[in-house]
Design a protein. Sequence first.
Length: 288
Amino acid sequence: MSAIRLGYAQTPRGQLHYAEAGEGPPLLLLHATPRSHRAFRGMLPLLAPHFRAIAIDAPGYGHSHPLPPAIDMGWMAESLVQFLDALNLPRAHVFGLHTGNKIAAAFGQAWPERLDRLVFAGQTHSIIIDGEERERQIRAFCDRFFPDYDADGTEHLRGWVAAHASIQGHWWPQSVQTAASVTEADIAQAETRVLDHLQGWRSIVPTYKAILAFDLPAALRQVRAPTLVLELLTDREAHLSRQATRICALMPDAIPGHIAGADGLTPETRPHAVVEAILPFLLAGKGS
């Protein structure tokens, strides 16, 4: 099993933290909000025999530098370019999950010469093509982070209290509370979510504002890299129409894929399933 190495890349905006494993063609792993490289610690060793797999803490998350007050997806994509420059990497494959898929789309749109192959991954709500419907579904997840506080000086305390409530939910997930048995891995996963939320909670609102303002279909139409659209199919979203094929119809070189019985934590709870789903596609472009 390949060891995971930790490091920092010095960029013009500050240091970006990352974890990596393996050698060979670089493959960047971009996490969801408000996660970090920890979300990919199960995938890194599985990818290491084939790639230099690098899981980045996006700006504002994990151990990376903080976000400015307002950003857009182009700003986040430019941070990815600065990361590649810092590591002297001219190009890379990219796996983007949820927020990471938006960053990857903006990256492929603006810097096509830096992107080899793209895995555009997410639950159905994250990849809906229709802008109004996507916003409606994403807001069902994120509106709790947009409370209507008066700016009377108490909003800072109230925000801190709300962050604590979210952390409590991660500390005591329903699966841990009601499971017939709880494993050490269950506790470790809960711990990583608590750590990630504690480090990234201040960045959640500016990130979601950027996501909601991002024209995802326009970006995807301009991505020229071979792309695997990996839809994570969940029981709670069975009422939503599948989106992978619709996305592929927008793109010049894309194929659909899916993982059934998935959720937003699938890269952590079922890393072998995710790697098995993406590896044939990525290996087809190895060394490109």
